[in-house]
Design a binder for this molecule. Structure first.
Ligand SMILES: Cc1cc2nc3c(=O)[nH]c(=O)nc-3n(C[C@H](O)[C@H](O)[C@H](O)COP(=O)(O)O)c2cc1C
Length: 169
């Protein structure tokens, strides 16, 4: 299975999750870059303001070359929504494989389902699996298990029936 992981990360937390998932799934990584909200207190406030307003920024979208079976999209949550760079990426209607998984990192103040539902709406398909990690859960005890559970949902073990093997009982 050929997997692509597309993500945005302002301060590195979502990048850590994306890299750990790429190791597990032997996936390619593609980062969305956005100059407008680089680190700093002023830009943090700007990001919040524009996120509430829905003002999509200019981004440097990754080029998607190759036939992928599955795409994972990762984002921090901003004001309860996916981050603006990811919203801008999805608004560009990129050509993506049918199979989608979603992951978010967040401070813990929001319901991640709001961000997941928003992304699934724009993608016009449900996510096969979702993973929401609070910032302080990333690389903390239990992190590996959370990643394993997410990957398992994306890679269900092949049962004999599905593999076309007859059960002769
Ligand atoms: C502009 C902005 C808005 C945020 N809004 C929320 C929020 O509504 N709910 C929440 O739980 N965390 C919120 N956070 C915290 C981030 O989601 C969290 O720190 C995330 O792990 C950062 O990921 P990153 O390091 O990949 O950028 C916000 C962060 C920023 C910069």
């Amino acid at each position: 299975m050929k997997t692509l992981i597309i993500y945005y990360s302002r301060t590195g937390t979502t990048r850590t999750v994306a890299s750990a998932l790429a190791d597990r799934l032997d996936a390619d990584l593609a980062e969305i870059h956005c100059e407008r909200f680089r680190t700093g207190a002023i830009r943090f406030l700007l990001a919040g303001y524009h996120s509430v307003k829905g003002n999509l920024p200019e981004i440097e979208a990754p080029k998607i070359a190759g036939d992928y079976d599955l795409v994972l999209i990762g984002t921090p949550i901003w004001t309860s929504y996916p981050s603006l760079p990811v919203r801008a990426f999805l608004a560009g209607n990129p050509k993506l494989p049918d199979r989608v998984g979603l992951f978010v990192t967040y401070g813990g103040q929001s319901d991640p389902d709001i961000a997941f539902d928003g992304m699934a709406d724009v993608l016009k398909r449900p996510a096969e699996a979702t993973l929401a990690l609070k910032t302080d859960q990333v690389e903390a005890p239990g992190f590996e298990e959370s990643l394993d559970a997410f990957v398992e949902k994306l890679n269900p073990p092949v049962t004999p029936a599905k593999a076309g093997v007859q059960d002769k009982g």
